[in-house]
Write a protein that binds this ligand. Structure first.
Ligand code: ARG
Length: 470
């Protein structure tokens, strides 16, 4: 490395000027972040190219200097992509590794790149660029998964299953309706991430170390080159707060929580006891000891991974809460939780988007379960209300009819008219229209209800929302 200073041997070439001894070997490793922040190398290079271009435009660098810097950085980008870049822990982080390498490659001009900026605004810019790309990738996976769910909902709009409260059979619903409930949750997750992206996409570059810089920078140039929507308006805030990352982790934790709930249902539904669905073999694994086993690993793992994402949210909140303005080294600890959140959420969404269209729906089994669970008891109560019985009384009457059915081992629809009339003289033979599963779901025929026609219309609206996404 070209080092014209008289630094102590082994001292950092980027900031060693005021030091009289080299960094302790363990401290060097302890304080380094290059092992994980090299993930932001592309963003770091893009940020540096924009910064150098802006410096040339305002006359701080010459056109030749700018060109040499950009060519050098592009060559470094190739080295990194080819896995040939000599990463060094002694150079602490991705920023100093790349800058030092630039100077090594292009000579003294490389040392001018850092004019008018600091690693503090550099790293804040890199994370935002990284997270912006990450959000876009996640949104694409969310869209794939939602499209699969809406498709499934459309296909299974007439398929009847028991709906549950307290995991006890409550009322019949359609499987399509259930899938659209999942889609609603994901739709909100999508909206949250789109909203969060607006606050991620603001540029801290130009904040320099904390107070701004004495050079005649033009931040609007760098913002335009890097595709930022706007600028961080205060330099102290720009280098310091990581609320955009916390906000992303909160949205990610919610999305994972939704996926975890879906997972819990799939695990139950795939069990021999429920047997509502079959997960394709390629999404399951076997047991090394029990030959009969087919385990729903993907949903289980997604449910499990929700724990670490929720944990990362707490890590970042806790990381931030004690920090005075402006930048503190604490913030180096933002990266691992953030990166892991991004990767975990992306992978879970991808696995789900691949898996859902291949789900085998066992309509007969679901129908049977709905039929056995007195799921139309509320329909009988509503029927009596429509005949003039006050709701509390009709509730009581139907409770007694259910108790009788339980004793007999028969569902309400399997009782004879005479048997039903023991409980209320208001019951006529039109009662069987409401006691059937179809009658029950068809009767919930309003926006947001489970009637197959409503499910088809809701699926169409969901599909329209998906196709309106750019
Ligand atoms: N690696 C550091 C981080 O991730 C870069 C910023 C360091 N700034 C400093 N003044 N030491 O936050």
């Amino acid at each position: 490395m070209s080092d014209s200073s008289n630094n102590p041997p082994g001292q950092n070439t980027q900031w060693g000027g005021r030091f009289s001894e080299a960094t302790d070997a363990f401290v060097q490793v302890f304080t380094a972040s290059v092992d994980f922040d090299q993930k932001m190398a592309e963003q770091d290079i893009n940020g540096s190219i924009a910064h150098a271009s802006m410096l040339a435009e305002v006359g701080v660098l010459t056109g030749e200097e700018k060109t040499a810097i950009i060519e050098g950085l592009e060559a470094i980008r190739q080295e990194i992509r080819n896995g040939e870049f000599p990463w060094s822990v002694a150079l602490e982080d991705v920023h100093m590794n790349i800058e030092a390498r630039l100077t090594q490659r292009i000579g003294v001009t490389g040392k001018k790149l850092h004019t008018g900026r600091s690693r503090n605004d550099q790293v804040a810019t890199d994370i935002r660029l990284y997270l912006r790309d990450a959000i876009d990738g996640i949104l694409a996976q969310l869209t794939r998964l939602q499209a699969g769910l809406v498709e499934l909902a459309q296909r299974e709009a007439d398929t009847i299953m028991p709906g549950f409260t307290h995991l006890q059979t409550a009322q019949p619903v359609t499987f399509g309706h259930h899938m659209l409930a999942w889609n609603e949750m994901l739709q909100r997750d999508y909206e949250r991430l789109v909203d969060c992206r607006k606050r991620v996409n603001r540029m801290p570059l130009g904040s320099a170390a904390l107070a701004g810089t004495t050079y005649p920078i033009d931040r609007s140039i760098t913002a335009r080159l890097l595709g930022f929507d706007s600028l961080c308006e205060n330099s102290l805030d720009g280098v310091s707060d990581r609320d955009f990352a916390i906000e992303f982790c909160a949205a990610a934790a919610l999305c994972m929580t939704h996926l975890s709930r879906f997972s819990e249902e799939l695990v139950l539904w795939a069990s021999a006891q429920f047997d509502f669905v079959d997960l394709p073999d390629r999404f399951c694994t076997g047991s090394s000891i029990m030959p009969q086993k087919k385990n729903p690993d993907v949903p289980e793992l997604v449910r499990g991974k929700t724990g670490r994402v929720n944990g990362h949210l707490i890590s970042l909140l806790t990381l931030m809460k004690g920090q005075c303005l402006a930048y503190n080294k604490d913030n180096q600890e933002d990266k691992e939780p953030l990166f892991d959140t991004v990767e975990t959420l992306f992978n879970c969404l991808r696995a789900y988007a691949d898996m859902m269209p291949a789900l085998e729906v066992k309509a007969d089994r679901m129908r049977e379960a709905a039929r056995r669970g007195f799921s139309t008891a509320t329909d009988l109560a509503d029927y009596l209300v429509k005949k003039g019985v006050p709701f509390r009384d009709s509730h009581e009457v139907v409770g007694k009819a259910v108790a009788f059915g339980l004793q007999q081992g028969r569902d309400l629809a399997e009782l004879s008219l005479a048997e039903l009339q023991q409980f209320s003289a208001q019951i006529g033979d039109d009662v069987f229209l409401v006691l059937t599963l179809e009658g029950s779901v068809n009767a919930r025929d309003h926006r947001g209800g489970t009637a197959p026609g409503q499910v088809r219309a809701a699926a169409q609206r969901a599909r329209d929302l998906l196709s309106a996404r750019s």
